[in-house]
Ligand binder design. Structure first.
Ligand code: ZN
Length: 409
């Protein structure tokens, strides 16, 4: 209700401001008045404190903290694609896993924007029935935004160029934003996998890694989004490379244009758009290890969120879904991608031996492939535990040590 009232005030004041601003008098009063208007439009809607207090409420059993998970794209616009694998399908895999993890925690009221059968009924109905309201909402927000840019109250910042969303997609995204606002979503998580414009679409690209997009710092939902993003980023970065695409390599990337996270100040809650990696990366492409990798990406996201809310995070026995693991066969260099190698790489990361010194996770990712990176790290592991000779492959003695340290009981 407060927000509706605020919106009403905003619109009223906006009409006045337009009137004032169109005159060219720069009296003290009109300048102050414009400041006041802009400060209303960009009042913080989510911060570290509001999120923490929402969690405390949930902790007392009062009101649950509301989380909306939006698996990127849908059956109409399936996003990027690589060798027949559609982005919309793996964003859903990840979204469902994240849903399971968060929904199991009594603090959270979690909703998945779409499932295998389509959009969540409440969201679908909203998009179908509220067309006029959604269009009006977008029109007003855009008008306010361009007005403030023109007045110099807001700086227009285009940091990373994105493909312009098709009209239909833009409508759905703005509609979901409005739905999230009206339903009091505290956190909105958009799940995507990345790609970039390149000529040989059937070949893998040169960039790799994940990135977390958050609303640009002038937006109302910037502060809350950033604190959640930092916690999630920290977890993901332990096991996955941060994107090395120029301009995305900040890891946490502020953006003013992405509708999903609140372009034109359209989202109240903390909003993150996570590009979980490039769609052609080996751990996403290889069907033998993909589900494991995706389940771990969801797990890291969940752990990041819990890190933010819990001062004393729950002790998970392992910080990755890839462990514990039971290694039953020797693993040699150049063997086909498999779970044995993926979990070996995870164990080597925890040992501090992977990626090998001097290499990055972009150069030596958890790929499930046993190449030069893994060989070096296995040699280091053998050295660390006095396993001789240091063959660089995981033979009986090395496996015994791995099973002792990280083996499934
Ligand atoms: Zn996408």
């Amino acid at each position: 209700m407060r927000k509706i009232l605020l919106a009403a005030i905003c619109i009223g004041v906006f009409a006045l401001a337009v009137n004032f601003a169109s005159r060219s008098d720069y009296s003290e009063f009109s300048l102050r008045f414009r400041d006041f208007v802009a400060s209303l439009f960009f009042i913080d809607s989510t911060t570290k404190e509001t999120l923490k207090s929402a969690y405390e409420k949930a902790d007392k059993g009062e009101e649950k903290l509301s989380i909306l998970i939006v698996p990127g794209h849908d059956s109409v616009q399936s996003g990027t694609e690589f060798r027949g694998m559609k982005e919309a399908s793996i964003t859903l895999d990840l979204g469902e896993e994240l849903y399971r993890l968060l929904a199991a925690d009594a603090h959270f009221d979690v909703r998945l924007s779409r499932t295998r059968t389509g959009y969540d009924p409440s969201i679908a109905e909203f998009l179908r029935e509220k067309k006029t309201e959604i269009d009006e909402f977008v029109k007003i927000q855009k008008a306010l935004m361009s007005r403030y840019v023109a007045l110099g109250k807001i700086e227009s910042r285009i940091l990373v160029e994105h493909n312009k969303a098709p009209v239909d997609t833009a409508y759905k995204l703005y509609g979901i934003n409005k739905w999230a606002n009206e339903n009091g979503a505290d956190i909105i998580l958009h799940i995507h996998f990345n790609d970039y414009p390149r000529s040989m679409r059937s070949a893998s690209g040169i960039y790799s890694g994940f990135s977390v997009y958050i609303p640009e710092s002038q937006y109302s939902n910037a502060k809350g989004s950033r604190v959640i993003a930092e916690a999630v980023y920290k977890r993901l970065a332990r096991f996955y490379p941060s994107s090395n695409l120029p301009k995305e390599d900040a890891g946490i990337v502020e953006d003013q244009e992405l509708i999903a996270i609140g372009s034109n100040n359209t989202v109240d809650g903390a909003a993150l758009l996570i590009e979980y990696g490039y769609i052609y990366e080996p751990h996403l492409q290889n069907i033998v290890i993909r589900q494991k990798a995706i389940s771990d990406l969801a797990f890291q996201t969940y752990l990041g969120i819990m890190d933010f809310f819990e001062s004393d995070p729950k002790k998970e026995s392992y910080e990755t879904r890839l462990l514990p693991y039971k290694w039953q066969e020797d693993i040699f260099r150049a063997s086909a991608a498999k779970k044995d190698t993926l979990s070996l790489q995870a164990a080597l990361i925890i040992e501090g031996l992977y990626p090998p010194a001097g290499s990055s996770l972009n150069e030596c990712p958890m790929s499930g492939n046993f190449g030069a990176c893994t060989e070096k790290a296995v040699k280091a592991f053998q050295g660390k535990y006095g396993i001789l000779p240091q063959t660089g492959y995981a033979g009986e003695k090395t496996r015994a040590k791995l099973n002792e340290l990280y083996g499934a009981k």
